[in-house]
Design a protein around this ligand. Structure first.
Ligand SMILES: Cc1cc2nc3c(=O)[nH]c(=O)nc-3n(C[C@H](O)[C@H](O)[C@H](O)COP(=O)(O)OP(=O)(O)OC[C@H]3O[C@@H](n4cnc5c(N)ncnc54)[C@H](O)[C@@H]3O)c2cc1C
Length: 463
């Protein structure tokens, strides 16, 4: 008999699970409110990286003169400034996100997956009740996946108005370049937006409650980022906790807990996320959540209720699209009896899309310093790399961690342009337990930034 899988939420956690389930012969229904692709495609990951593509181009252009390129205006006079048309940038962002959602919907359709537009909640005995424009539909399931994602956290004292006080979902409605932007929150999202808007030529102040930006990342990496950002003109207020954000006319005021104030024309709130787990009928269905409302899951995405799995941001495991997708796939491989390996967070590679980018995989410097794992560390600045010199790149490094006895690579950090691409060989080494020697022995192109990955590995050679 064919299993019926019902998935609540059409983001990467949901739609990737749907593909696997369909591939394994199940009948699949996805219930989604906002359009498949989820926040990842419509408001978060895809839009922000599309905006950042423009920011990267602006950063490259700023080094043009050093590489011997001049710009002229239409009268032939030297042009010293370039500017961005934010209305066009944002129109492109929204179109690209919508097209991506359409592509995903078409792929689901090709796989025979039914998509119901509406709000889903768990009913009794493995049912999902979908509330649609036409009324309610009860879907009987053999297994359910909850993949409802998360939403931007706001505070009663810092309420977005969609015009000048903005969540990250609202920035794409801007049609004019903000004169002075204050970004509150120096985690990944805050750092990415601050870095992107700085590159677009905007006056940016980053308000950070911690000692340094990106407190969760490698400390050497965040030091490079903070150094580059401040050199390019960003104001970083460390140890500055936001108390409230208010607006009067065209001015936004961020008041800090110590009484200081920061004013700007616009403010982006990057205060973290809250899971979309209210009103889902979780408690009645016996699905346990933690104090913050995240659904508790094991490493094969099972919740505490039989037949109910959960994937992605609503579990709070590691809030990445790639992890959401893997949790969704694992759930289906597990339920439908395919070969499955439990989720291993030590193999996840991730990237902060700032300028420079910060990519990491495996064990971290913090874990090594805390004695959680014994590892040798080598750090190689990119400034010595021939390709970097040619491209005018001075900031960044490659850092590798390997086990002292065996030389097995257990982690790495790359800081530099396109670090998200450069981390891949390290990621392969970590996933496949390759030794530093094995990583070093593979050919790299000369000249190339990846030559620094191999060089760092060579320096970990044991005699
Ligand atoms: C600004 C920003 C940038 C990011 N950039 C990256 C990046 O570059 N790389 C990366 O890997 N990750 C990135 N992330 C994280 C990534 O977006 C999330 O991890 C990912 O979206 C999680 O996928 P998901 O399937 O769990 O949920 P979502 O993508 O949030 O999808 C959940 C879907 O479920 C729907 N839904 C909610 N409740 C219901 C309901 N009751 N019934 C039906 N449907 C419902 C929602 O409307 C939504 O469409 C970024 C996050 C942010 C905020």
């Amino acid at each position: 008999m064919t299993d019926h899988i019902v998935i609540i939420g059409g983001g990467p956690g949901g739609y990737e699970a749907a593909h696997v389930a369909a591939q394994l012969g199940a009948q699949v229904t996805v219930v989604d409110t906002d359009g498949v692709g989820g926040s990842a495609v419509l408001t978060d990951c895809v839009p922000s990286k599309t905006l950042i593509a423009t920011a990267e181009l602006m950063t490259d252009m700023s080094t043009a003169q050093e590489l011997g390129v001049n710009f002229h205006d239409h009268q032939g006079d030297a042009a010293t400034t370039i500017s961005v048309d934010l209305a066009r940038v944002n129109a492109r962002v929204k179109q690209l996100a919508a097209d991506q959602s359409t592509d995903i919907a078409a792929r689901l359709d090709r796989d025979g997956v039914r998509v119901v537009t509406g709000r889903g909640r768990l009913g009794p005995d493995l049912t999902v009740v979908a509330t649609t424009a036409d009324g309610e539909e009860t879907l009987q399931a053999d297994a359910v996946i909850v993949a409802t994602g998360a939403a931007p956290r706001t505070l009663p004292s810092a309420q977005p108005d969609g015009e000048r006080i903005l969540t990250w979902e609202q920035v794409y409605d801007l049609t004019e370049v903000p004169e002075k932007l204050v970004v509150v929150g120096s985690g990944v999202t805050g750092a990415e937006f601050a870095s992107a808007y700085l590159a677009l030529g905007i006056d940016v102040t980053l308000v950070s409650s911690r000692d340094r930006v990106l407190p969760g990342e490698d400390a050497d990496a965040s030091a490079v980022l903070e150094d580059v950002a401040t050199r390019r003109g960003m104001k970083v207020l460390s140890r500055s906790r936001m108390q409230s954000v208010t607006r009067e006319g065209d001015e936004v005021t961020v008041t800090l807990t110590d009484g200081r104030t920061v004013t700007g024309s616009h403010c982006i709130l990057a205060l973290g996320s809250v899971p979309n787990t209210a009103d889902l009928g979780l408690e009645e269905a016996g699905v346990a959540v933690d104090d913050a409302g995240f659904i508790t899951v094991d490493r094969v995405s099972r919740t505490s209720a039989r037949g109910i799995y959960a994937a992605g941001d609503c579990t709070g495991v590691l809030m990445l699209a790639s992890v959401a997708a893997m949790q969704g796939r694992i759930a289906m491989w597990h339920f439908l009896g395919d070969a499955v390996a439990p989720l291993d967070l030590k193999k996840v590679s991730s990237n902060v899309f700032t300028s420079p980018e910060i990519a990491t995989v495996g064990w971290s410097q913090q874990a090594v310093d805390a004695g959680e794992i014994e590892a040798e560390v080598v750090t190689l600045p990119l400034a010595g790399n021939a390709r970097a010199k040619m491209q005018g790149v001075r900031d960044g490094f490659v850092k590798l961690f390997c086990r002292p006895g065996t030389g097995i690579v257990v982690g790495g950090v790359v800081v530099g342009p396109r670090a998200s691409e450069l981390i891949h060989p390290v990621s392969v080494a970590v996933a496949e337990s390759l030794t530093a020697d094995q990583l070093a022995h593979a050919f790299t192109v000369y000249p190339s930034m990846s030559g620094s990955v191999a060089e760092a590995a060579r320096r970990l050679h044991h005699v």
